[in-house]
Design a binder for this molecule. Structure first.
Ligand SMILES: O=C(O)c1cc(=O)[nH]c(=O)n1[C@@H]1O[C@H](COP(=O)(O)O)[C@@H](O)[C@H]1O
Length: 310
């Protein structure tokens, strides 16, 4: 799957992930009204509204982008109905040829991680048959319970030719509370980065490993260090746009081959029509605003790369 991801990045010339993090506040009135009229103003109606909202965005952007990242909490808040929308979204994006990164941030004792890995990446055996649960292509992992919380995912990835992105240095303001603490002379995030590189060496998909890392766009100095520590890891970079990450800071997250990183934007794309720059689209054409935001993001990343190489 890492090779499919790279191929799609090259085809689209866009190292971009659209984060499908729908909040009801982002869903335009006309979609909300229809969903509530059909299903009621309840969990089912809300789940229907975010499904229709997502579908509009995917239809308007799928030809421009390699991948999407549905964030599971945004669906979980609507209970089982929300989880059905999560699954419908995963399946629909795959039908459209997109690589799907399930943002689940899991990690637990070995046996529990194995069950998560089965549910999100692998298959479960029931009687004589096997079934797939959510079936994303990649998932995000929180490695802070240690190696045995990660390895069950890597086993399933090997079998299924899928991949993971492991949190190394996160984009949020408090990420330094633990991740920047020194262990001896080395910050904890660097130790985790080295471990990701080590696991990655054992799980190569080609030039790049299918064990990737998450490094926030908001910490570019650390991004540069981590790029060097994990040369064969694909880096998923959240924090561009809404969290303040700038394209010019992201060049060092890429390798010299122009590959090695993929930048996520969620609110900046899916709720673009609410931003001043795209307000001319209006809420009826929210998906067109998202399309334009993807085009602008692609150009922004490209300009930053060209300027850095000049
Ligand atoms: O793993 C992630 O995707 C992630 C890691 C991180 O360090 N920071 C971070 O923002 N994220 C996710 O990336 C998305 C960022 O959303 P926006 O800030 O709206 O672009 C959300 O889905 C977050 O959960």
């Amino acid at each position: 799957m890492i090779n499919k991801l790279i191929q799609k990045i090259e085809q689209t010339d866009a190292p971009i992930v659209v984060g499908l993090d729908p909040m009801l506040d982002y869903v335009p009135q006309h979609i909300l009204k229809k969903a509530f009229d059909e299903k009621g103003e309840n969990l089912e109606g809300a789940a229907e509204a975010i499904w229709q909202f997502n579908k509009g965005i995917v239809d308007a952007t799928y030809d421009l982008i390699p991948a999407v990242k549905p964030q599971i909490a945004m669906y979980e808040q609507f209970g089982i109905e929300g989880m059905k929308t999560f699954k419908k979204t995963v399946d629909y994006c795959k039908e459209k040829g997109l690589v799907v990164i399930g943002d689940i941030k899991r990690g637990d004792i070995g046996s529990t991680s194995a069950a998560y890995a089965t549910g999100h990446l692998g298959k479960v055996t029931i009687g004589e048959n096997t079934f797939r649960g959510f079936d994303e292509d990649f998932v995000t992992l929180n490695p802070y319970m240690g190696g045995d919380s990660v390895l069950p995912f890597l086993e399933v990835c090997k079998e299924e030719k899928k991949g993971v992105f492991i949190l190394v240095k996160t984009s949020n303001p408090s990420s330094g509370d633990f991740q920047d603490q020194l262990v001896g002379d080395t910050p904890l995030y660097e130790l985790v980065g080295k471990k990701v590189a080590e696991w990655g060496e054992m799980h190569m998909g080609g030039t790049y490993s299918y064990v990737g890392a998450v490094v926030g766009a908001t910490y570019p100095k650390m991004g540069k260090i981590l790029r060097e520590l994990m040369p064969k890891a694909y880096i998923l970079v959240p924090g561009y746009g809404a969290q303040g990450g700038k394209a010019e800071d992201l060049v060092p997250y890429f390798n010299k081959d122009g590959l090695g990183a993929i930048v996520n934007s969620s609110r900046g794309i899916i709720a673009a029509y609410k931003l001043k720059a795209y307000e001319k689209f209006g809420s009826q054409a929210y998906a067109d605003a998202s399309r334009q935001a993807v085009i602008d993001m692609r150009e922004d990343l490209k300009q930053a790369w060209v300027a850095a190489k000049a």
